[in-house]
Structure formats: structure tokens, C-alpha cells
Design a protein around this ligand. Structure first.
Ligand SMILES: C[S@@+](CC[C@H](N)C(=O)[O-])C[C@H]1O[C@@H](n2cnc3c(N)ncnc32)[C@H](O)[C@@H]1O
Length: 228
């Protein structure tokens, strides 16, 4: 449910043959293993040895080759090589690193016309969530402060801020999707108990993912961009 919209867009964008994929901050390999299953050549770069060990177990269980490499945003180019990727995934990472540096490094490892898949937490949804929980001062603090950092989830972005970060790194956005527009607002018990509710919620999420009017409500933004 949490990844259906991202997966749909990625699968469509990668149709047409195996690609060299780098999953930066790919963690335990949720996306990496699925991409390898679809025939892509996947390398995961992550600073966490525990995450890489879990990735290795996951790939082994699925009988797939996924290369796990210890590294981070700063040494990405040394670890995977300049111009070595058709696609870079950067999901849930920009929040906890220097975003301009990360995008510059990603630009270096991508081949010309390569694809960036970016997933980040959105600030508008975080403001709404804080306000609905009664944390009005926190909501106010998050409203306009681009540098506001939550200890657990890191920095949040708006669509406009993301686009402003992408341009200097030479990326041209091609699509933007809202991820988890309703999923985090609905009580989990309702989705778990009501027969068919989970599938219906995924269908609803898919239906609104491309609608601009729902974008500010999405917990995360998924942006696809090509390197010019
Ligand atoms: C929220 S998890 C996201 C995992 C995965 N990309 C996903 O979407 O499920 C953030 C990941 O970023 C990694 N990470 C933290 N700091 C990083 C850095 N400086 N460079 C690259 N990855 C980093 C963490 O180890 C963790 O695996």
C-alpha cells in the first residue's frame, strides 16, 4: 500500500529492457530486489552494514544477484563509478543528507539522459499531521522553515523546493506523484478489519496520485527527472 504509486511509475519508466540501477540509501532492498526480479542490474549503496546484510539475505532468499556496497552520498562516485548508471533511486534519503550535494553526486553517476527517481517527505502533509495531532506550535514551526529538521524524519520538502534543487544539478522533472495521500489519515484498524478496504484504498491512492489538487496532502512526493 505504501509503495504502490511509486512502483507503478517506476515500472512504467523502466519498461523496455534491463537497466543499470543504483539505489542510493537503498537500505534492506525493498525496491532493489523487486527491480532485480524484473531483470535490472541493481547495486545498492548504503552506509549501514546491518541494512546491507539484510539486503544480502533478502536477495539470496529470492535467488537474485543484487550488489550491496557500503558508501554514502559523499563517496557515491568512487563507490559506483562516474557515468555508470541508467537509473538512480534516491528514496527517503534526501531528508537526511545535504540535498544539493546528493543531487550533484547522483548527476555524476548517471549517464546522459539517465533517470532519477526521488521520494521525499512533503512539508505540507507534515504540517497537517502536526496540526491534527494538536501540536500547533510544531505545525507553525514547519510551515515556512525549509531548514526545519525533525530528529526522526529529517528535512521535508515542497514540490517547488524540490524543483528548485533539481535545476542547478542539471535535472529536468518529467513527472511528480503524490504518495500516501489518504493512507496515513485513515485509522489502520479500519483498513485492517473492513474486508476489501486495503485494496480499495490502494485504488484510491492510484486514482489521485497524478492529480495536482491532491499533491499538497501527500505524505511523500515521488518525482522522476532526467539528467539533461
Ligand atoms: C528511510 S531509509 C529508506 C530506505 C529505502 N530507500 C526505502 O525507500 O525503503 C533511509 C536510508 O538511507 C540511508 N542513509 C542514511 N544516511 C545516508 C547517507 N549519508 N548516504 C546514503 N544513504 C544514507 C540509511 O542507512 C537508510 O537505509
Amino acid at each position: 500500500m505504501r509503495t504502490a504509486v511509486v512502483w507503478d511509475a517506476l515500472e512504467a519508466a523502466l519498461a523496455g529492457g534491463p537497466r543499470d540501477v543504483v539505489d542510493l540509501g537503498g537500505g534492506t532492498g525493498g525496491f532493489a530486489v523487486r527491480l532485480a526480479e524484473s531483470g535490472h542490474r541493481v547495486r545498492v549503496v548504503d552506509p549501514s552494514p546491518d541494512a546491507l546484510a539484510a539486503l544480502a539475505r533478502r536477495a539470496k532468499e529470492a535467488d537474485l544477484d543484487v550488489v550491496g556496497l557500503q558508501g554514502d552520498v559523499t563517496d557515491l562516485v568512487d563507490v559506483v563509478g562516474a557515468g555508470s548508471a541508467d537509473v538512480v533511486l534516491c528514496h527517503g534519503v534526501l531528508e537526511v543528507v545535504d540535498p544539493s550535494l546528493a543531487l550533484a553526486r547522483i548527476g555524476e553517476v548517471l549517464r546522459p539522459q539517465g533517470l532519477l527517481s526521488l521520494v521525499v517527505g512533503q512539508r505540507h502533509a507534515a504540517v497537517l499531521a502536526r496540526a491534527m495531532a494538536g501540536h500547533f506550535q510544531q505545525a507553525l514551526g514547519l510551515l515556512d522553515d525549509q531548514s526545519a529538521v525533525d530528529g526522526r524524519t529529517g528535512r521535508r520538502f515542497t514540490a517547488g523546493e524540490l524543483e528548485a534543487l533539481l535545476a542547478p544539478a542539471g535535472f529536468v522533472p518529467t513527472a511528480i506523484h503524490g504518495v500516501r495521500v489518504f493512507a496515513d489519515l485513515v485509522p489502520a484498524a479500519l483498513v485492517d478489519i473492513e474486508p476489501g478496504a486495503a485494496a480499495a484504498l490502494v485504488e484510491l491512492e492510484r486514482a489521485v496520485a497524478d492529480r495536482a489538487e491532491y499533491l499538497p496532502l501527500a505524505t511523500q512526493l515521488h518525482l522522476l527527472a532526467t539528467r539533461g
